[in-house]
Design a protein. Structure first.
Length: 385
């Protein structure tokens, strides 16, 4: 059969055709099957216009705008739709292209092999790498070594000791149970620390080796760092930190109490009469003082000294009660009286029990090398978060 007009949907070839002769005045044809918008209707060979000449919206019937005449020849062609298998629509394709553009941009700035990134790096989700060590909550030295954590500064929590251990480049060493973000043990970051006594209601060494012992001393909440300091007020009151193989420098915070006199630190307490060195205060000059002319600071006995970050090597330094002071003593080439290989006593003398009323002490550190001004400046500026 010939048709007048031209199909607007030539690209859709698959079709079904229904033909019938109209009755007089017929306006509706039912019993059809089509997809709305994919239908062509011809009357006597003339292609009708959708929505103008007929309505076809429900998929099973059509309604003619003008009633048909008797025996009008009507042909209904239902055009079949189809979908291409395994394809992306426009929205999906746009998403993929955007992702590829982002990946390409990152690759140009940070190559997959090597490269350096500057600025902040924000990652969402889990980060993984083929050679990234994730330390377990508890482990052993062997497990930490196997996992690759044995690099200088590496830290893990030991299963047996229940303490943090840090790797100093050759061996694992206890870092104590203190939180990592407070009072760094190896403060100068060069493995020079031999002990750190934070004195937060415990005499433990944060390094895990040289636990102090107390004779009459008590903890006080008048502290410089953490929660507590140590109170050594009294002629028979002190703490000993024994057994340290060789001390080259001591850093501590001293809180002046009253106007009496007392020992701050006394060295080599296991052999007190064998040329030991010491530092003690005299009464007066504010509340208490130390003077370079008395035997507490005689040249050749105490090495280099700093108070509150400033060199003290002459004259008199006055302490005022109720204040904290940072004191550093460090070995030097003329320090002939110092054989600091037996440990130290804080708050009293080693050859008797008099002169024990200097005050309180906090954050006591010892080092295995002499300190210089830059070290002292950093220690004096130490803060705790």
């Amino acid at each position: 059969m010939s048709y007048l007009g031209r199909s607007a949907k030539l690209s859709l070839k698959a079709q079904e055709k229904v033909s019938f002769l109209a009755t007089a005045g017929q306006t509706v044809k039912t019993g059809l099957s089509y997809t709305p918008s994919f239908i062509e209707v011809y009357v006597n060979g003339v292609l009708l216009t959708d929505t103008t000449d007929f309505t076809a919206t429900n998929g099973n019937s059509i309604t003619f705008t003008v009633a048909l005449l008797l025996n009008d020849e009507v042909t209904v062609i239902s055009l079949k739709t189809f979908t291409v298998a395994d394809h992306y629509n426009k929205t999906e394709a746009d998403t993929l292209l955007a992702a590829k553009a982002t990946t390409t941009e990152v690759a140009t700035k940070l190559p997959l092999a090597g490269g350096t990134m500057t600025g902040n790096l924000i990652l969402n989700g889990t980060v993984s790498a083929s050679k990234m060590f994730t330390p377990p909550l508890y482990a052993t030295d062997t497990a930490a070594n196997t996992g690759g954590a044995n690099v200088n500064g590496g830290i893990y929590h030991n299963t047996t000791d229940k303490v943090l251990k840090s790797f100093n480049g050759s061996t694992w060493r206890s870092s104590g149970s203190a939180q990592v973000f407070t009072s760094t043990y190896d403060f100068l970051q060069d493995n020079s620390a031999t002990s750190l006594h934070r004195l937060n209601n415990t005499l433990n060494d944060t390094g895990g080796i040289y636990t102090a012992t107390s004779t009459g001393a008590s903890f006080t909440t008048t502290n410089k760092f953490g929660s507590h300091a140590i109170n050594t007020m009294g002629d028979s009151t002190y703490i000993d930190i024994a057994g340290i193989p060789q001390i080259y420098a001591v850093s501590l915070w001293y809180y002046c109490v009253g106007s009496d006199n007392g020992y701050i630190v006394d060295f080599r307490h296991d052999a007190p009469n064998n040329g030991r060195s010491y530092l003690y205060t005299q009464s007066g000059g504010g509340s208490q003082n130390i003077n370079w002319t008395n035997d507490t600071t005689t040249s050749g006995s105490t090495g280099n000294m700093w108070i509150n970050g400033t060199v003290f090597n002459t004259g008199q330094y006055n302490f005022t009660a109720g204040n904290w002071y940072h004191i550093v003593m460090s070995a030097n080439s003329t320090d002939t009286h110092r054989t600091w290989d037996q440990g130290i006593r804080i708050g009293n003398r080693c050859d008797g029990t008099t002169a024990g009323n200097a005050g309180y002490f906090d954050q006591i550190r010892t080092f295995n090398r002499a300190l210089i001004q830059a070290d002292v400046t950093a220690l004096y500026a130490e803060t705790e978060t």
